[in-house]
Design a protein around this ligand. Structure first.
Ligand SMILES: C[S@@+](CC[C@H](N)C(=O)[O-])C[C@H]1O[C@@H](n2cnc3c(N)ncnc32)[C@H](O)[C@@H]1O
Length: 279
């Protein structure tokens, strides 16, 4: 068994997205500051089969296992294979030239078939003594019969990366036997609280050229229903509009602030929505 110092040192050899508690006081230095969705925002996973789509380092897969899931599959491919540093350098060049990137390069120039981005997941799995099974697949295009069916499916932080959100939610529905948890970047628009609207980012959003559509809560709900889910329960809804000072209103009108995401319009507030979508 590794000492805490050895464990910290080994974990430090990887680049992490998630902050994962490896035990002995060692938490992986993930860049994701959260807030992470705790068990209180998850459906009952005890005795359930769980698929975690877009698992990255596996935080939510390991959480599902801790919550008593009988079988957990961590599915990903993009960050496991793409050289994110090279892609970022290219994106920076594109930004400097005022051009949109060619996303086709992800599968060619930036693709690393040996999947180095999966190593942090494998390391955490080994240290945690986990039985979570990885599946390397692009969920947007994979043969769904090879993915299988799961009681609970996690679709966290993935929807806004999809160019075809409705099709992807239909695919999500088809692998879900009970409930899917959908977490996504979302927008609340003052005065249009109950409108089904999708904001399209053909270019960059929050420094990421891979973000495409950001829904309002109503659009998210309607998308899930249109995809075949029978009932959609909001779990994290738009934040109540905070009372704004004159300075805040002025900053928003000038396109400076708020804290989450860019201000494209003073009436827009970005937040992370969560729904449970039942079959
Ligand atoms: C913002 S991260 C979210 C990671 C994790 N689910 C979380 O919520 O912390 C998006 C993840 O989705 C994955 N992803 C993007 N497109 C995907 C696709 N078509 N199929 C499977 N995973 C995908 C990325 O590789 C990345 O791991």
């Amino acid at each position: 068994m590794l000492s805490p110092e050895e464990l910290r040192s080994r974990a430090g050899e990887f680049g992490w997205f998630h902050k994962i508690d490896l035990g002995q006081g060692v938490i992986t230095p993930g860049q994701s500051t959260g807030p992470y969705l705790g068990p209180d925002l998850m459906p009952d996973m005890s005795g359930k089969s769980v698929l975690d789509i877009g698992a990255w380092d596996g935080y939510y897969s390991f959480q599902a296992e801790r919550l008593g899931a009988s079988r957990v599959t961590a599915l990903d491919h993009y960050v496991w294979g793409v050289d994110l540093a090279a892609r970022q350098a290219y994106w920076n060049e594109c930004a400097a030239r005022g051009e949109l990137p060619d996303h086709g390069r992800d599968a060619t120039d930036f693709w690393q078939p040996e999947l180095p981005g999966k190593r942090p997941f494998e390391f955490a799995k080994e240290i945690l003594g986990s039985k979570v099974e990885p599946m390397v697949a692009d969920f947007a295009t994979a043969d769904l019969s090879s993915v299988g069916h799961f009681d609970v499916v996690l679709y966290l932080g993935v929807l806004y990366h999809m160019k075809e959100p409705l099709t992807c939610l239909e695919r999500l529905r088809s692998v879900t036997d009970e409930v899917a948890v959908i977490e996504t970047q979302a927008v609340a628009i003052d005065g249009l609280e109950s409108q089904n609207l999708m904001q399209f980012f053909g270019g960059e959003f929050i420094g990421d050229y891979g973000n495409w559509f950001v829904p309002t809560m109503d659009a998210l709900r309607q998308l899930a229903l249109a995809a075949g889910f029978k009932r959609v329960e909001p779990v994290v809804s738009p934040p109540a509009a905070p009372p704004r000072s004159l300075v805040t209103n002025l900053r928003r009108a000038l396109g400076r602030g708020p804290a989450i995401g860019p201000t494209t319009h003073p009436a827009f507030t970005y937040y992370r929505a969560v729904v449970h979508a039942f079959v």
